[in-house]
Design a protein around this ligand. Structure first.
Ligand code: NAD
Length: 370
Protein backbone atom coordinates (compact mmCIF):
# COMPACT_ATOMS: atom_id res chain seq x y z
CA UNK A 1 0.00 0.00 0.00
CA UNK A 2 1.65 3.20 -1.20
CA UNK A 3 0.54 6.50 0.33
CA UNK A 4 1.60 9.82 -1.21
CA UNK A 5 1.54 13.27 0.36
CA UNK A 6 1.95 16.02 -2.25
CA UNK A 7 2.91 19.62 -1.61
CA UNK A 8 -0.25 21.74 -1.77
CA UNK A 9 -0.36 23.86 -4.91
CA UNK A 10 -3.14 26.34 -4.11
CA UNK A 11 -1.70 29.83 -3.59
CA UNK A 12 -1.43 30.64 0.11
CA UNK A 13 -2.11 27.08 1.31
CA UNK A 14 0.48 26.33 3.97
CA UNK A 15 -0.99 23.15 5.42
CA UNK A 16 0.07 19.61 4.60
CA UNK A 17 -2.09 16.49 4.73
CA UNK A 18 0.23 14.39 6.90
CA UNK A 19 2.24 14.78 10.08
CA UNK A 20 5.22 12.74 11.31
CA UNK A 21 2.77 10.99 13.68
CA UNK A 22 0.37 9.94 10.94
CA UNK A 23 3.29 8.83 8.76
CA UNK A 24 4.53 6.61 11.61
CA UNK A 25 1.04 5.17 12.07
CA UNK A 26 0.70 4.38 8.35
CA UNK A 27 4.09 2.67 8.29
CA UNK A 28 3.14 0.62 11.34
CA UNK A 29 0.17 -0.62 9.34
CA UNK A 30 2.53 -1.80 6.60
CA UNK A 31 2.25 1.17 4.23
CA UNK A 32 5.03 2.82 2.27
CA UNK A 33 4.76 6.61 2.57
CA UNK A 34 6.23 9.17 0.18
CA UNK A 35 6.16 12.87 1.00
CA UNK A 36 6.93 15.47 -1.65
CA UNK A 37 10.05 17.46 -0.77
CA UNK A 38 9.10 20.67 1.02
CA UNK A 39 5.46 19.63 1.54
CA UNK A 40 5.60 20.45 5.25
CA UNK A 41 7.50 23.72 4.97
CA UNK A 42 4.45 25.98 5.47
CA UNK A 43 3.53 24.05 8.60
CA UNK A 44 7.10 24.13 9.94
CA UNK A 45 7.51 20.36 9.44
CA UNK A 46 10.91 19.86 7.76
CA UNK A 47 11.53 16.99 5.32
CA UNK A 48 13.86 15.54 7.95
CA UNK A 49 10.98 15.13 10.40
CA UNK A 50 8.97 13.18 7.82
CA UNK A 51 12.06 11.14 6.92
CA UNK A 52 12.72 10.39 10.61
CA UNK A 53 9.14 9.11 10.83
CA UNK A 54 9.95 6.69 8.01
CA UNK A 55 8.72 8.52 4.90
CA UNK A 56 10.60 8.66 1.62
CA UNK A 57 11.10 12.22 0.41
CA UNK A 58 10.81 12.69 -3.35
CA UNK A 59 10.66 15.67 -5.72
CA UNK A 60 7.30 14.57 -7.12
CA UNK A 61 4.74 12.10 -5.82
CA UNK A 62 1.45 10.50 -6.83
CA UNK A 63 2.20 8.52 -9.98
CA UNK A 64 2.33 5.05 -8.41
CA UNK A 65 0.36 5.79 -5.24
CA UNK A 66 -2.61 3.73 -4.09
CA UNK A 67 -3.69 6.57 -1.79
CA UNK A 68 -3.11 10.31 -2.16
CA UNK A 69 -3.88 12.60 0.78
CA UNK A 70 -4.38 16.32 0.21
CA UNK A 71 -5.58 19.41 2.06
CA UNK A 72 -7.11 21.04 -1.03
CA UNK A 73 -8.30 19.86 -4.40
CA UNK A 74 -5.22 18.63 -6.28
CA UNK A 75 -3.85 20.37 -9.35
CA UNK A 76 -4.79 19.13 -12.84
CA UNK A 77 -1.21 17.98 -13.20
CA UNK A 78 -1.41 15.72 -10.16
CA UNK A 79 -4.86 14.43 -11.18
CA UNK A 80 -3.50 13.49 -14.60
CA UNK A 81 -0.78 11.31 -13.05
CA UNK A 82 -3.02 9.31 -10.67
CA UNK A 83 -3.42 5.60 -11.15
CA UNK A 84 -6.97 4.59 -12.10
CA UNK A 85 -8.71 3.45 -8.92
CA UNK A 86 -6.26 5.26 -6.63
CA UNK A 87 -7.89 6.66 -3.51
CA UNK A 88 -7.88 10.45 -3.31
CA UNK A 89 -8.85 11.88 0.04
CA UNK A 90 -8.89 15.46 1.25
CA UNK A 91 -10.64 18.81 1.27
CA UNK A 92 -11.88 18.50 -2.30
CA UNK A 93 -14.13 21.61 -2.12
CA UNK A 94 -17.25 19.90 -3.47
CA UNK A 95 -19.57 22.89 -3.56
CA UNK A 96 -20.15 25.23 -6.48
CA UNK A 97 -17.66 23.93 -9.06
CA UNK A 98 -19.13 21.03 -11.03
CA UNK A 99 -16.38 21.25 -13.68
CA UNK A 100 -13.73 20.86 -10.99
CA UNK A 101 -15.52 17.82 -9.60
CA UNK A 102 -15.84 16.32 -13.04
CA UNK A 103 -12.08 16.70 -13.49
CA UNK A 104 -11.58 14.70 -10.30
CA UNK A 105 -13.98 12.03 -11.57
CA UNK A 106 -12.21 11.93 -14.95
CA UNK A 107 -8.94 11.05 -13.21
CA UNK A 108 -10.50 7.67 -12.41
CA UNK A 109 -9.71 8.08 -8.72
CA UNK A 110 -12.02 6.92 -5.96
CA UNK A 111 -12.36 10.34 -4.39
CA UNK A 112 -13.53 11.32 -0.92
CA UNK A 113 -14.46 14.92 -0.11
CA UNK A 114 -13.91 15.18 3.62
CA UNK A 115 -16.20 18.23 3.85
CA UNK A 116 -19.16 15.88 3.35
CA UNK A 117 -18.44 13.82 6.48
CA UNK A 118 -21.78 13.12 8.18
CA UNK A 119 -22.39 14.90 11.50
CA UNK A 120 -22.60 11.76 13.60
CA UNK A 121 -20.78 11.06 16.84
CA UNK A 122 -18.58 8.35 15.30
CA UNK A 123 -17.38 10.80 12.62
CA UNK A 124 -16.16 13.53 14.97
CA UNK A 125 -12.55 12.34 14.84
CA UNK A 126 -12.63 12.50 11.02
CA UNK A 127 -14.27 15.91 10.71
CA UNK A 128 -11.91 18.37 8.99
CA UNK A 129 -14.52 21.14 9.14
CA UNK A 130 -14.55 20.99 12.93
CA UNK A 131 -10.81 20.67 13.49
CA UNK A 132 -10.11 23.58 11.16
CA UNK A 133 -13.08 25.80 12.14
CA UNK A 134 -12.04 25.64 15.77
CA UNK A 135 -8.64 27.16 14.92
CA UNK A 136 -10.23 29.67 12.55
CA UNK A 137 -12.56 30.90 15.28
CA UNK A 138 -9.62 31.50 17.58
CA UNK A 139 -7.55 33.23 14.90
CA UNK A 140 -10.45 35.48 13.88
CA UNK A 141 -10.54 36.99 17.37
CA UNK A 142 -6.75 37.35 17.52
CA UNK A 143 -6.79 39.11 14.13
CA UNK A 144 -9.62 41.38 15.27
CA UNK A 145 -7.61 42.30 18.37
CA UNK A 146 -4.61 43.04 16.14
CA UNK A 147 -6.55 45.47 13.94
CA UNK A 148 -8.53 47.06 16.79
CA UNK A 149 -6.99 50.28 18.01
CA UNK A 150 -8.25 49.68 21.52
CA UNK A 151 -7.84 46.94 24.15
CA UNK A 152 -10.18 44.00 24.78
CA UNK A 153 -10.11 43.82 28.59
CA UNK A 154 -11.26 46.52 30.96
CA UNK A 155 -8.29 48.22 32.61
CA UNK A 156 -8.54 50.56 35.58
CA UNK A 157 -5.48 52.78 35.68
CA UNK A 158 -4.45 55.96 37.46
CA UNK A 159 -4.87 57.77 34.14
CA UNK A 160 -8.41 56.56 33.61
CA UNK A 161 -10.46 53.48 32.82
CA UNK A 162 -10.22 51.55 29.56
CA UNK A 163 -13.63 50.00 28.88
CA UNK A 164 -13.91 46.35 27.85
CA UNK A 165 -14.49 45.80 24.13
CA UNK A 166 -17.89 44.54 23.05
CA UNK A 167 -17.58 41.54 20.76
CA UNK A 168 -20.51 40.03 18.84
CA UNK A 169 -20.21 36.55 17.34
CA UNK A 170 -22.65 35.70 14.55
CA UNK A 171 -23.05 31.97 13.93
CA UNK A 172 -22.32 29.70 16.86
CA UNK A 173 -21.00 26.53 15.23
CA UNK A 174 -17.54 25.21 15.93
CA UNK A 175 -15.77 28.44 14.87
CA UNK A 176 -18.24 30.67 16.68
CA UNK A 177 -17.94 28.78 19.96
CA UNK A 178 -14.15 29.02 19.88
CA UNK A 179 -14.44 32.73 18.98
CA UNK A 180 -16.67 33.30 22.02
CA UNK A 181 -14.25 31.46 24.29
CA UNK A 182 -11.24 33.35 22.90
CA UNK A 183 -12.88 36.77 23.17
CA UNK A 184 -13.93 35.98 26.74
CA UNK A 185 -10.37 34.93 27.61
CA UNK A 186 -9.18 38.29 26.33
CA UNK A 187 -11.64 40.03 28.64
CA UNK A 188 -14.23 41.27 26.15
CA UNK A 189 -17.97 41.54 26.81
CA UNK A 190 -19.28 38.91 24.43
CA UNK A 191 -22.67 38.35 22.83
CA UNK A 192 -23.64 35.86 20.11
CA UNK A 193 -26.47 34.87 17.82
CA UNK A 194 -27.48 31.86 15.74
CA UNK A 195 -30.58 30.56 14.02
CA UNK A 196 -30.38 27.17 15.74
CA UNK A 197 -32.07 27.39 19.14
CA UNK A 198 -29.81 24.71 20.64
CA UNK A 199 -26.94 27.19 20.60
CA UNK A 200 -28.50 29.32 23.35
CA UNK A 201 -27.33 26.99 26.10
CA UNK A 202 -23.85 26.69 24.59
CA UNK A 203 -23.48 30.48 24.35
CA UNK A 204 -24.62 30.98 27.92
CA UNK A 205 -22.35 28.22 29.22
CA UNK A 206 -19.39 30.16 27.82
CA UNK A 207 -20.46 33.28 29.70
CA UNK A 208 -21.76 35.23 26.70
CA UNK A 209 -25.16 36.84 26.14
CA UNK A 210 -27.46 35.17 23.60
CA UNK A 211 -29.14 37.46 21.08
CA UNK A 212 -32.07 35.72 19.40
CA UNK A 213 -35.00 36.94 17.32
CA UNK A 214 -38.42 35.32 17.64
CA UNK A 215 -37.94 33.02 14.64
CA UNK A 216 -38.54 29.34 13.82
CA UNK A 217 -35.66 27.06 14.80
CA UNK A 218 -33.57 26.65 11.62
CA UNK A 219 -31.68 23.53 12.75
CA UNK A 220 -31.67 20.55 10.37
CA UNK A 221 -31.48 16.93 11.45
CA UNK A 222 -27.86 16.91 10.21
CA UNK A 223 -26.85 19.52 12.81
CA UNK A 224 -26.51 22.34 10.27
CA UNK A 225 -28.69 25.41 9.67
CA UNK A 226 -31.13 25.84 6.80
CA UNK A 227 -31.98 29.10 5.09
CA UNK A 228 -34.50 31.31 6.93
CA UNK A 229 -37.90 32.25 5.50
CA UNK A 230 -38.15 35.84 4.20
CA UNK A 231 -40.19 36.82 7.27
CA UNK A 232 -37.66 35.36 9.72
CA UNK A 233 -34.78 36.95 7.80
CA UNK A 234 -36.43 40.35 8.30
CA UNK A 235 -36.96 39.72 12.03
CA UNK A 236 -33.38 38.63 12.49
CA UNK A 237 -32.05 41.60 10.48
CA UNK A 238 -34.02 44.08 12.63
CA UNK A 239 -32.63 42.58 15.84
CA UNK A 240 -29.08 42.48 14.50
CA UNK A 241 -29.30 46.06 13.18
CA UNK A 242 -30.08 47.30 16.66
CA UNK A 243 -27.39 45.27 18.34
CA UNK A 244 -24.45 45.96 16.00
CA UNK A 245 -24.61 49.73 16.60
CA UNK A 246 -23.31 49.12 20.11
CA UNK A 247 -20.57 46.63 19.22
CA UNK A 248 -16.83 47.20 18.71
CA UNK A 249 -15.95 43.90 17.06
CA UNK A 250 -18.08 41.48 15.05
CA UNK A 251 -16.95 38.00 14.01
CA UNK A 252 -19.27 36.43 11.43
CA UNK A 253 -19.13 32.67 10.84
CA UNK A 254 -22.59 31.85 9.46
CA UNK A 255 -22.71 29.19 6.76
CA UNK A 256 -25.38 27.06 5.14
CA UNK A 257 -23.97 23.92 3.47
CA UNK A 258 -24.02 24.08 -0.33
CA UNK A 259 -25.47 27.62 -0.39
CA UNK A 260 -23.87 31.06 -0.51
CA UNK A 261 -23.26 32.46 2.98
CA UNK A 262 -26.27 34.43 4.31
CA UNK A 263 -25.91 38.22 4.39
CA UNK A 264 -26.06 39.26 8.04
CA UNK A 265 -24.30 42.65 8.17
CA UNK A 266 -25.51 45.03 5.47
CA UNK A 267 -23.65 48.14 4.32
CA UNK A 268 -26.14 50.23 6.30
CA UNK A 269 -25.37 48.27 9.46
CA UNK A 270 -21.63 48.76 8.90
CA UNK A 271 -22.26 52.50 8.62
CA UNK A 272 -24.12 52.44 11.95
CA UNK A 273 -20.99 51.18 13.74
CA UNK A 274 -18.48 53.42 15.51
CA UNK A 275 -15.29 54.35 13.64
CA UNK A 276 -12.52 51.95 14.62
CA UNK A 277 -14.89 48.98 14.82
CA UNK A 278 -13.72 45.71 13.29
CA UNK A 279 -15.60 43.03 11.38
CA UNK A 280 -13.90 39.70 10.65
CA UNK A 281 -15.89 37.80 8.02
CA UNK A 282 -15.05 34.12 8.29
CA UNK A 283 -17.58 33.30 5.57
CA UNK A 284 -15.76 35.43 2.97
CA UNK A 285 -14.78 32.40 0.87
CA UNK A 286 -18.44 31.51 0.42
CA UNK A 287 -19.57 35.02 -0.56
CA UNK A 288 -19.33 36.60 2.89
CA UNK A 289 -21.77 37.45 5.68
CA UNK A 290 -21.04 41.11 4.92
CA UNK A 291 -21.34 42.20 1.27
CA UNK A 292 -18.43 44.63 1.73
CA UNK A 293 -15.89 41.96 2.65
CA UNK A 294 -13.37 40.92 0.00
CA UNK A 295 -11.24 37.76 0.00
CA UNK A 296 -7.81 38.37 1.48
CA UNK A 297 -8.35 42.11 1.81
CA UNK A 298 -8.95 44.55 4.62
CA UNK A 299 -11.66 46.88 3.41
CA UNK A 300 -12.08 50.16 5.28
CA UNK A 301 -15.61 51.54 5.04
CA UNK A 302 -16.40 54.80 6.83
CA UNK A 303 -13.89 54.04 9.57
CA UNK A 304 -14.90 50.38 10.02
CA UNK A 305 -12.35 47.74 8.99
CA UNK A 306 -13.72 44.58 7.40
CA UNK A 307 -11.17 41.78 7.49
CA UNK A 308 -11.71 39.07 4.86
CA UNK A 309 -8.74 36.77 5.36
CA UNK A 310 -9.47 33.43 3.69
CA UNK A 311 -8.29 30.14 5.14
CA UNK A 312 -7.71 31.41 8.67
CA UNK A 313 -6.98 27.88 9.87
CA UNK A 314 -4.14 27.76 7.35
CA UNK A 315 -2.57 30.73 9.15
CA UNK A 316 -2.08 28.36 12.07
CA UNK A 317 -0.70 25.59 9.87
CA UNK A 318 1.54 24.30 12.68
CA UNK A 319 -1.60 23.17 14.53
CA UNK A 320 -4.01 22.86 11.63
CA UNK A 321 -1.88 20.34 9.70
CA UNK A 322 -1.47 17.71 12.43
CA UNK A 323 -5.21 17.91 13.21
CA UNK A 324 -6.18 17.69 9.51
CA UNK A 325 -3.71 14.84 9.06
CA UNK A 326 -5.17 12.96 12.02
CA UNK A 327 -8.71 13.40 10.61
CA UNK A 328 -7.52 11.82 7.35
CA UNK A 329 -5.66 9.02 9.12
CA UNK A 330 -8.73 8.19 11.21
CA UNK A 331 -10.85 8.03 8.05
CA UNK A 332 -8.30 5.92 6.19
CA UNK A 333 -8.32 3.50 9.12
CA UNK A 334 -11.88 2.58 8.10
CA UNK A 335 -10.47 1.25 4.82
CA UNK A 336 -7.45 -0.70 6.09
CA UNK A 337 -8.03 -4.28 7.20
CA UNK A 338 -6.16 -5.96 10.07
CA UNK A 339 -3.95 -7.60 7.44
CA UNK A 340 -2.99 -4.19 6.06
CA UNK A 341 -5.05 -4.46 2.85
CA UNK A 342 -7.30 -1.77 1.42
CA UNK A 343 -11.03 -2.47 1.55
CA UNK A 344 -13.76 0.06 0.84
CA UNK A 345 -16.97 -0.78 2.68
CA UNK A 346 -19.65 0.91 0.58
CA UNK A 347 -22.23 0.45 3.32
CA UNK A 348 -20.28 2.53 5.86
CA UNK A 349 -22.08 5.82 6.45
CA UNK A 350 -18.87 7.87 6.51
CA UNK A 351 -17.52 6.27 3.34
CA UNK A 352 -20.81 6.55 1.49
CA UNK A 353 -21.34 10.13 2.70
CA UNK A 354 -18.00 11.41 1.45
CA UNK A 355 -17.37 9.41 -1.73
CA UNK A 356 -17.85 11.79 -4.66
CA UNK A 357 -16.31 9.88 -7.58
CA UNK A 358 -15.46 6.36 -8.60
CA UNK A 359 -14.57 4.56 -11.86
CA UNK A 360 -14.47 7.81 -13.83
CA UNK A 361 -17.88 9.16 -12.78
CA UNK A 362 -19.38 11.33 -10.06
CA UNK A 363 -21.29 9.10 -7.64
CA UNK A 364 -22.51 11.34 -4.80
CA UNK A 365 -26.27 12.02 -5.03
CA UNK A 366 -25.63 15.70 -4.27
CA UNK A 367 -23.78 16.04 -7.57
CA UNK A 368 -25.37 13.43 -9.80
CA UNK A 369 -28.99 14.65 -9.65
CA UNK A 370 -29.94 17.02 -12.47
P1 NAD B 1 -21.40 25.87 9.99
O1 NAD B 1 -19.95 26.17 9.79
O2 NAD B 1 -22.13 25.16 8.90
O3 NAD B 1 -22.19 27.23 10.27
C1 NAD B 1 -21.77 28.10 11.31
C2 NAD B 1 -22.96 28.52 12.13
O4 NAD B 1 -23.70 29.50 11.40
C3 NAD B 1 -23.96 27.41 12.48
O5 NAD B 1 -24.07 27.34 13.89
C4 NAD B 1 -25.25 27.86 11.82
O6 NAD B 1 -26.38 27.49 12.58
C5 NAD B 1 -25.06 29.37 11.79
N1 NAD B 1 -25.92 30.10 10.88
C6 NAD B 1 -26.38 29.77 9.64
N2 NAD B 1 -27.17 30.74 9.15
C7 NAD B 1 -27.21 31.73 10.09
C8 NAD B 1 -27.85 33.01 10.15
N3 NAD B 1 -28.62 33.44 9.18
N4 NAD B 1 -27.69 33.75 11.27
C9 NAD B 1 -26.90 33.30 12.29
N5 NAD B 1 -26.27 32.11 12.28
C10 NAD B 1 -26.43 31.34 11.19
O7 NAD B 1 -21.61 25.10 11.35
P2 NAD B 1 -20.62 24.09 12.10
O8 NAD B 1 -19.57 24.80 12.82
O9 NAD B 1 -20.18 23.11 11.09
O10 NAD B 1 -21.56 23.38 13.18
C11 NAD B 1 -22.92 23.08 13.01
C12 NAD B 1 -23.37 22.13 14.12
O11 NAD B 1 -22.91 20.81 13.89
C13 NAD B 1 -22.89 22.49 15.51
O12 NAD B 1 -23.94 22.28 16.43
C14 NAD B 1 -21.79 21.53 15.78
O13 NAD B 1 -21.57 21.29 17.17
C15 NAD B 1 -22.33 20.31 15.08
N6 NAD B 1 -21.24 19.39 14.71
C16 NAD B 1 -21.42 18.04 14.91
C17 NAD B 1 -20.41 17.17 14.55
C18 NAD B 1 -20.57 15.69 14.77
O14 NAD B 1 -21.43 15.28 15.51
N7 NAD B 1 -19.75 14.85 14.12
C19 NAD B 1 -19.26 17.64 13.96
C20 NAD B 1 -19.12 19.01 13.74
C21 NAD B 1 -20.13 19.87 14.12
Amino acid sequence: MKIAIPTETMVGESRVAASPDTVKAFIKKGAEVTVQAGAGRGASIPDDAFAAAGAKIEPSVGRDADIVLTVRRPSGELLSTLKRGAILMGGLEPYGDKAGLEAIAASGATAFAMELMPRITRAQSMDILSSQANLAGYKAVIDAAFHFTRAFPMMMTAAGTVPAAKVFIMGVGVAGLQAIATARRLGAIVSATDVRKATEEQVKSLGAKFVYADIADAATSGGYAKELSAEDKAKQAALVANHVKTQDVIITTALIPGRPAPVLITEEMVESMKPGSIIVDLAVERGGNCPLSKPDQIVEHKGVKIVGTVNLAGKLAGNASPLFAKNLANFLDLMITKEGALKIDDADECIKGTMIARDGALVHPMFTSK
